[in-house]
Each structure stands twice: as structure tokens, then as C-alpha cells.
Design a protein around this ligand. Structure first.
Ligand code: FES
Ligand code: FES
Length: 455
């Protein structure tokens, strides 16, 4: 496969396989070795680069998705001979520790300051949450970014150019017929109809890890991440909020509509991984991965969301709990893609929440997660839905708890009983006592917050 890239303002090209990782192109083909490889799984941030204005972990981007993009690596920010002001400040503030993680941190900081030249402390910490520093020097690192901001670094950043003439990869004879990069939904559905069973590439936050470990093979694949129709978020006149299958966590988090109507979903999206992962992870991918630890499906269950599937032979919709049937198992057919997720518009005055507990605050995998949706009518529970994640092979609704409380008066006794029922209903295989206790507490907290804010 032949691709063009604009790297640090220069037009470059590479002949690589479609699933070659961007980090390997950068380091091996382009010999830009400032970008480092740490974990290789999207968890450390050492390989961070900016792709088309967004921070990404280059160990998780396949070449087929990098074609025609504009990439900024650490060398494009500054060199030992001509360091940028940001690098000088990192040095002066003692923010360079082991050095291996530093390029990724500087790229992340540059990306933040380019989009938001005057971030507050929380925004700085959040942007760097995907960059692991095992020597725990975050104080000086965040301090350096704050100083760079106060000295106007972000206001002086020139937007990265893109000199590529084409965004399309040129496949070799052997690859044509096995790899596809359609530009429209209709084109994608036609390809899937003619070549059922292609591996579907969207945000790719899991696939490159899975192919390296041998869990997945990617010798036939279709890239749907760049299809504009799959990134739409809108309120339909059918009573649903529509969310395209390739909408990313970042797009959810920054959508005014999602923040207004479905704040629990926006909050959940922002609590999954660091910014580089949030820029790539998609709602459809999160559903299709069908892992017990996925967070977005927990919220979709609590909202009783529908999954809208498209194929060349037509469309079909089903409830989320019927779509995800088991660990890494869904009802998606080989010729289908997740076109949209449909979430019923929340009733006026309804309450919703998402809670997550893990081993640490940033970047953590959930040990316990809980999403809740409640409608009250004259102080009685009219509609109640709870969904819990990380307890079983896939997230589950707590239907016994819901049924026992629906129609009951909303009072202190109900809150206490709700916690007990939820703790009783879940059956985690590990850390049983801890998870039962936390789940019960989170259910009580959901109701107590309603009381404290006024029902
Ligand atoms: Fe760790 Fe890519 S090498 S995130
Ligand atoms: Fe590498 Fe802290 S900078 S471990």
C-alpha cells in the first residue's frame, strides 16, 4: 500500500502494509525516533503524536487510517538545536525526568495549548492523564505546561499544514479486494455485501493490540472511521437522540446536545481513557467489542438504547441488551455495520447518572460501574433502570431491583432498600464483597443526590 503523509510540514510517502502501525512508519520508515514506544497498547502515551489536529497514540493507528493525514511529531515541535519555548520551559522547570516519556508529554501539552491556549489546572491534568510518568513527576510537568500557557505559547502555534493531494491509500494488487477505505456509508455497505466478513476498523483502540496478540486477524478489513455519516449526533423527530456508530468519546463529550440531554453519557465518555484514546474510541466499537469492562454500554443499557444496524439488504434495530449477547459476542452479521445508536429522549424532570470506580482516578479500567435512569411521578417511582458493568462477562441491567422498586414511594426507606437489593442482585466472580458493597453504595448515592438537589 502506498500512502502520502504530511509530517512536520513536509510531504512524505511510505510503502507499507495496511495494518502497519503509525509508530512503525514514523520510527522505521521516516526515521523520526523521538516518538517512543512504551506499552504498545495505548496506555502510556509515550508514542503520542498529533494527527489532523488531534492527539493520538501512534501505536494504535493503522497505516490505512493515516493515509493523507497531517502528523506532528516531537521533531516538528522542536529539535535539540532549535528547541521550542515549551521544551525550554520543561527543562527550566525540572519537568524532564527519565526522558523516555518526555516527548509524548510535550506533544500532549502542545496539542492542548494549540486548542486551548489558556487551560486551567484541571484541563492540564486531564490532557496529560494519558501520559504515564512512573517517577510521578507530575507536579513539575503540569507546572511547566501552566507556565508555557501563561507565557502565551499556545497563541503562537501555527496550524499544521497538510500538503497531501489524496487521503486515499493506493493498494497493491494483492491488497485490492482484501482492504477497503470507503468514503460513504452506501459505498461501505456495498463493499460489505460483496465481501462479507471483513474486519471492521473504526477507532482501532483494541484491534491493533488484538492482532499483535493473535486474538484477531486483519488480513481482510474495511475502514469506516472516516465516513462522515457515522459521526453525526442529532435529535430526531422520532423521539430519539441519534448517535453515529463512529462517534468518538471526545465527540460525545463535546456535543452540546449530549451534554444537555444525556449528561451521564457525556460524563461516561470523558471518564474512559486519556484524551488520545477518547479521540479515537467509538461508541459502535465499544458496543461491538462486547467486553464486560466497557463503560459506554452500561449507560446505553440504562437508557434502554436501540442499536440501528445497516446492511445492503436493509436496516434493523434492536435493544442494546439483545445486541450484546455474550463476552465478545454480538448479533452483528458479517455484512452489517452499526450505523447509529438511538437513545430515547429523557422525560422532563428525569434523573440520570453514571458512576465508575477503579484502582486510580485517571485512565482506569472500571472495577465497578453503574448507570441509572429514573422518572418520578407524584413521588412514586414511575420508570427505573439500573445497569452495572465489570461484574459479569457483559454489562447487565439490574431488573430484579428495578421491578421491586417501580411504583413504590420515593422515601428514605426506599433508598436503603434499593442499595440492599442491588448489592444482592449482582454476582461478581471476583472481589465479591467489595463490588457488592460499592454497588449498593452507588445506588444509594444516586437517590441521595436526587434528595439533596430536590426531587
Ligand atoms: Fe504506550 Fe503507545 S506505546 S501508548
Ligand atoms: Fe519517564 Fe517520569 S518522565 S517516568
Amino acid at each position: 500500500m502506498h500512502i502520502e503523509l504530511t509530517v512536520n510540514g513536509e510531504l512524505r510517502s511510505a510503502d507499507v502494509e495496511p495494518m502497519t502501525r503509525l509508530i512503525d512508519i514514523i520510527r522505521n520508515d521516516l526515521r523520526l525516533t523521538g516518538t517512543k514506544e512504551g506499552c504498545g497498547e495505548g496506555e502510556c502515551g509515550a508514542c503520542s503524536v498529533i494527527m489532523d489536529g488531534r492527539l493520538v497514540t501512534s501505536c494504535l493507528v493503522p497505516a490505512i487510517q493515516a493515509a493523507g493525514s497531517s502528523i506532528t511529531t516531537i521533531e516538528g515541535i522542536g529539535t535539540p538545536e532549535r528547541p521550542s519555548d515549551l521544551q525550554v520551559i520543561f527543562n527550566e522547570e525540572g519537568a524532564i525526568h527519565c526522558g523516555f516519556c518526555t516527548p509524548g508529554m510535550i506533544v500532549a501539552a502542545h496539542s492542548l495549548l494549540e486548542r486551548n491556549p489558556e487551560p486551567n489546572d484541571d484541563e492540564i491534568r486531564r490532557e496529560l492523564s494519558g501520559n504515564i510518568c512512573r517517577c510521578t513527576g507530575y507536579g513539575s510537568i503540569c507546572g511547566a505546561v501552566a507556565r508555557a500557557a501563561s507565557e502565551g505559547y499556545g497563541h503562537r502555534i501555527e496550524p499544521a499544514a497538510n500538503l497531501c493531494k489524496s487521503r486515499s491509500p493506493v493498494f497493491t494488487e494483492d491488497e485490492a479486494g482484501r482492504y477497503f477505505a470507503p468514503k460513504t456509508l452506501d459505498e461501505a455497505l456495498g463493499i460489505l455485501n460483496d465481501h462479507p466478513g471483513l474486519l471492521i476498523l473504526s477507532g482501532c483502540t483494541d484491534i491493533l493490540v488484538d492482532t499483535r496478540s493473535g486474538r484477531t486477524t486483519a488480513d481482510r478489513a474495511i475502514d469506516i472511521f472516516g465516513i462522515p455519516e457515522l459521526h453525526r449526533i442529532y435529535k430526531g423527530d422520532d423521539g430519539y437522540v441519534h448517535i453515529g456508530g463512529s462517534v468518538t468519546n471526545d465527540e460525545l463529550d463535546n456535543s452540546p446536545l449530549i451534554n444537555e440531554l444525556l449528561p451521564a453519557l457525556a460524563y461516561c465518555a470523558r471518564r474512559c481513557g486519556g484524551p488520545a484514546i477518547q479521540n479515537r474510541a467509538t461508541v459502535g466499537g465499544n458496543l461491538c467489542t462486547a467486553s464486560g469492562a466497557g463503560d459506554l454500554p452500561v449507560v446505553l443499557l440504562a437508557f434502554d438504547a436501540l442499536v440501528f444496524l445497516a446492511g445492503a439488504d436493509g436496516t434493523t434495530r434492536m435493544r442494546t441488551e439483545d445486541f450484546v449477547t455474550g463476552y465478545r459476542q454480538t448479533t452483528l452479521k458479517p455484512h452489517q455495520i452499526v450505523q447509529e445508536i438511538l437513545i430515547p429522549l429523557p422525560a422532563p424532570g428525569s434523573r440520570q447518572a453514571f458512576f465508575k470506580r477503579g484502582s486510580r482516578k485517571a485512565l482506569t479500567l472500571s472495577r465497578v460501574s453503574l448507570a441509572s435512569y429514573l422518572e418520578l411521578e407524584q413521588n412514586r417511582v414511575r420508570v427505573l433502570r439500573f445497569a452495572a458493568g465489570s461484574m459479569s462477562p457483559i454489562p447487565r441491567r439490574l431488573k430484579r431491583t428495578e421491578e421491586a422498586l417501580t411504583g413504590k414511594t420515593f422515601d428514605a426507606a426506599l433508598i436503603e432498600r434499593a442499595g440492599d437489593l442491588a448489592a444482592e442482585e449482582i454476582s461478581p466472580r471476583k472481589q465479591t464483597a467489595y463490588r457488592k458493597k460499592i454497588t449498593g453504595n452507588l445506588v444509594r448515592r444516586f437517590f441521595e443526590e436526587i434528595v439533596s438537589k430536590g426531587s
